[in-house]
Design a protein. Structure first.
Lengths: 443, 470
């Protein structure tokens, strides 16, 4: 009994003591009197948020602000959002070479020239002075999965707390998976290599996986049987082991429904988990994607509306404009054209209605075009603000498997959020302050 | 009309790369129809006058006079018209995503199955010419090119829905100038000469056989070691897709269709194939095949030729419009192909030329665009003739199919109507690029001919290997 008491006492002192030490080391921060928008679309006026050490301590209307907190008063006119998450961006990626030397044997290129570079990691290659990071934060993003620009297997993907300051970019957690696409080998006509076609990429993907499988077996055999010939280690093939063993998914950039079918074919052959990135025609394969539980990190990089359609919409506002005279043939064409465009622009909406898990990826979309594309998606794509918010926060967090850390404003989650002068998807909304992993940035 | 190259290229890209979705017809949709009172050209038997053909759920179930239509089966009066099996094109690149994986002299591992554009309007145009099946081939840039894919032209279906289910696997080989130009001259790798072409084939077959032995030994040793863990485990031999396919060729599971022109190279390949025990192959183009017709017949080799097209490059200066007739008279199973998205629309005329030039019988001429190509791609048990039990792939012609005045009136595939001249809208595209305005989109009629493209890109032949098809 006496012994037990001692143990308990020690425990109490330890727990209490450590929390005191912690409080002394890391100051608290608070933003008070703001409208808090939650990832599920709900909002709470005159609310506050408190965080410490990069973790949210409290959020809501009746929150006690710690005595030591550095406090920002929102004055009841500002809006606070969970930090938006980009499910796959290429910000900070080194640009691919501008020129490639022609190869002595284009049919048998080294891995990098075939576009097979799964060993590359953003954390090792990141150019953190990329101006896109600041632009991303000004658009409300605080967290991003980053990949490296390249071809069929360009590298691995990792999660980052983004920052406009080079030195403050932070890597979060482990490698999430590999990146993939149906991009052919780089180099163009004069110095290209195998694979130079879609069918070639399919074959090269398979062959590379076969070689990785053989190497993995060799390494396993050799580890217990050192008397056998040693394997030729390859960081390229070894980077594919997680895919081979289905311990990590592939983030595969694919748009057309025909190419989605090809990705599914590879999935059948190798049994990996896949996340579709971009997926502009994914609505047309909604059933099978839902059945297989394949989520889509959707692109909003849709084509511009047909010019006549934009003109017509403008003219509607101007009553004096005359009706344009066109032939029946052109009229029929316009109907088809609009139907094709509408299918593209309502992709996200139809996927959500089909029950597919939809997140967001900018992959390839420059941030200067971001708000223009958003406007079109909202006007024509039948998406409401709360849909977009859900997609860009908690849905994306779930898809990347990090919803316990990111994606909503709750106690215990990572302190990444954005303070905006008006609702974030409204025109001319300006991000005033951004908090990424607890650090405040002002714009 | 805007004919500038930039806009045309954009259009080609639009059609072939941006496949914007509209429809998705279920795979293998079948139909039923009773075609009444036609002259039925059965191909494998006599022509039958005043005859009805009944197709139920995709299959021909009855051929005879005064058949009664089962309930809910549409009747089509074909009095005065001709019914023929759908035309089969044994050499086409009609709706490829890309045609040549031209970066290596041997690419047996790639397959056109993964290079099909199901949305190309050229499919509809071919159906309007009475074609129901095609052999979608890899191009001729490589000595051993990719595997081909046999398709039924079910316009509106997805890639899986277009596939000719159960058709044997086939592969493209190419001899002569194309592979030596692309690889020897273009990249400085073997083959530079026709001698090199032969050695590329032999070398790869030998390597494939060697791989097979090693791989099988490894798999056996691995199975043993994994179960008893005795001794030293084997060093893994990775699966090799390219060699797997080459072994499938040697074992007869993949049939060769070889792009060729000259008699000497045709003989060369037959010698190589005899050495490796390869049977069941077809020479494509084979403009000098008439010179070695008895040798072809003796080896059971088949040919698929143009009716009267040659002199488009040096190795094909020597040819004759009698080629098909001579081969046919020597007992070689010969077909007439298009290799072209425009010519495919009137293969009946091409077949008719063998009657005009070489006095081939009308019956044999028609076999060259129906049952003979079906034999060459291994689907003659399903299509190529009008017989009970075969697929309902038939075409109603306004007159005799070899007449220049005849038109295709209706085309059926699996008993389902895919073309009807009386309901034939101008714009049958199922996929358009929303960025294409009407001005440029309206010109989609002008770039359907592969030959036209070749003529335009003559100077870029080596660089632009996408165009090396003939």
């Amino acid at each position: 009994m006496r012994y037990l008491f001692r143990v308990l006492a020690a425990l109490v002192i330890f727990v209490y003591g450590s929390s005191v030490i912690k409080a002394q080391e890391a100051p608290a921060y608070a933003i008070t009197n703001v409208t808090i928008h939650h990832s599920d679309g709900s909002e709470s006026k005159s609310s506050s948020i408190v965080w410490r050490d990069g973790v949210i301590e409290a959020v809501g209307k009746r929150v006690t602000i710690p005595f030591d907190a550095f406090t920002i008063d929102g004055g009841d006119s500002l809006h606070l959002y969970p930090g938006l998450i980009d499910g796959l961006a290429t910000w900070g990626s080194p640009a691919p070479p501008k020129e490639y030397k022609s190869l002595p044997e284009p049919g048998n290129p080294p891995y990098d020239r075939a576009g097979v570079q799964p060993e590359r990691k953003p954390s090792e290659l990141l150019e953190s002075d990329d101006k896109e990071f600041e632009a991303a934060m000004k658009a409300g993003f605080t967290t991003a999965v980053l990949g490296v620009e390249g071809n069929m297997l360009p590298g691995q993907v990792e999660t980052f707390f983004i920052s406009p300051e080079e030195t403050k970019m932070g890597l979060y957690g482990e490698v999430l998976g590999l990146e993939g696409s149906f991009e052919t080998a780089p180099g163009g006509w004069s110095s290209g290599a195998y694979p130079s076609t879609l069918m070639g990429v399919m074959a090269k993907f398979r062959q590379t996986m076969y070689e990785a499988r053989a190497l993995q077996t060799h390494i396993q055999y050799h580890s217990t049987n050192p008397e056998m010939p040693a394997p030729n280690r390859s960081e390229v093939l070894e980077a594919l082991f997680p895919l081979l063993n289905n311990t990590k998914p592939i983030y595969f950039k694919v748009d057309s429904k025909e190419n989605i079918d090809l990705l599914l074919k590879l999935q059948d052959e190798f049994g990996f988990d896949a996340v579709i990135v971009s997926g502009k025609e994914a609505y047309a394969r909604a059933d099978v994607l839902k059945k297989r539980g394949i989520p889509v990190l959707a692109s909003i990089d849709i084509d511009d509306a047909p010019k006549w359609y934009t003109d017509q919409k403008k003219k509607k506002k101007d009553d004096d404009a005359k009706e344009e005279e066109i032939t029946d043939e052109e009229k029929q064409y316009r109907e088809k054209q609009l139907e094709a465009w509408k299918a593209e622009v309502t992709n996200i909406k139809s996927m959500m209605e089909s029950g597919i898990q939809v997140g967001y990826s900018s992959h390839g979309l420059a941030l200067k075009d971001y708000s223009k594309k958003l406007e079109v998606i909202m006007d024509e794509g039948e998406l409401k603000e709360e849909d977009l918010l859900e997609i860009m926060t908690i849905n994306t967090a779930k898809i990347i498997g990090l919803d316990r850390v990111f994606g909503s404003l709750e106690k215990g989650k990572n302190a990444s959020f954005t303070l905006v002068n008006k609702p974030i998807y409204e025109k001319k909304a300006t991000v005033l302050k951004s908090v990424s992993n607890g650090t405040i940035y002002e714009f | 009309m805007n004919f500038n190259t930039g806009s045309r290229m954009k259009k080609i890209l639009t059609l072939f790369v941006l496949m914007v979705a509209v429809t998705g017809v279920k795979a293998q949709e079948t139909g039923s129809v009773l075609i009444q009172n036609a002259t039925v050209i059965t191909i494998t038997g006599e022509d039958l006058e005043n005859t009805d053909v009944l197709i139920r759920d995709g299959k021909i179930t009855e051929i005879g006079q005064n058949l009664s239509a089962p309930r809910r089966v549409t009747k089509v009066d074909a009095t005065g018209k001709f019914v023929m099996p759908g035309i089969i094109d044994a050499h086409s690149h009609l709706n490829t995503v890309s045609t040549n994986e031209s970066r290596n002299p041997v690419t047996a591992e790639v397959t056109m199955e993964e290079s099909v554009n199901p949305n190309s309007v050229s499919i509809y145009r071919a159906i309007a010419g009475g074609v129901t099946s095609i052999h979608l081939m890899h191009g001729s840039a490589n000595v051993i090119g990719g595997q081909n894919e046999t398709l039924k032209l079910r316009y509106g279906a997805n890639v899986d829905g277009m596939r000719f289910e159960g058709a044997p696997r086939t592969i493209k080989f190419a001899l002569g100038e194309n592979p030596t130009r692309v690889h020897g001259q273009g990249n400085g790798v073997q083959p530079r000469t026709r001698m090199g072409v032969e050695q590329v084939i032999r070398g790869h077959f030998d390597a494939a056989l060697n791989y097979k032995r090693n791989r099988e030994e490894y798999l056996a040793a691995k199975a043993k070691w994994d179960s008893d863990k005795k001794g030293t485990p084997p060093v893994p031999v990775a699966q090799n897709l390219r060699f797997d396919v080459l072994n499938d060729i040697i074992e007869g599971n993949v049939w060769v269709h070889c792009h060729s022109y000259r008699a000497d190279e045709i003989l060369m390949l037959m010698r190589v194939f005899n050495d490796y025990g390869i049977k069941n192959y077809t020479f494509q183009h084979a403009n000098e095949a008439f010179k070695v017709a008895p040798e072809l017949a003796k080896n059971g080799a088949r040919t698929s030729v143009f009716s009267d097209w040659w002199a488009y490059k040096f190795e094909v200066y020597y040819s004759t419009a009698y080629n098909a007739s001579i081969l046919n008279a020597n007992g070689v199973v010969n077909s007439i192909n298009s290799d072209d998205s425009e010519l495919i629309r009137h293969l009946n005329h091409e077949a008719a030329k063998t009657v005009r030039y070489g006095n081939t019988s009308v019956h044999d001429a028609l076999k060259m665009i129906t049952i003979n190509p079906a034999i060459q791609i291994g689907v003659d048990d399903r299509v190529g003739s009008i017989e009970v039990g075969k697929d309902g792939d038939v075409v109603i012609w306004s007159g005799h199919p070899l007449s220049i005045y005849s038109k295709v009136e209706q085309t059926y595939i699996d008993g389902k109507k895919y073309f009807d001249l009386s309901e034939d809208p101008a714009d049958m595209r199922i996929s358009i690029d929303p960025n294409d305005d009407f001005e440029s989109a309206a010109n989609f009629e002008v770039y359907h001919s592969g030959r036209q493209n070749d003529a335009c890109l003559e100077g870029a032949f080596i660089l632009n290997t996408e165009t090396i098809q003939q």
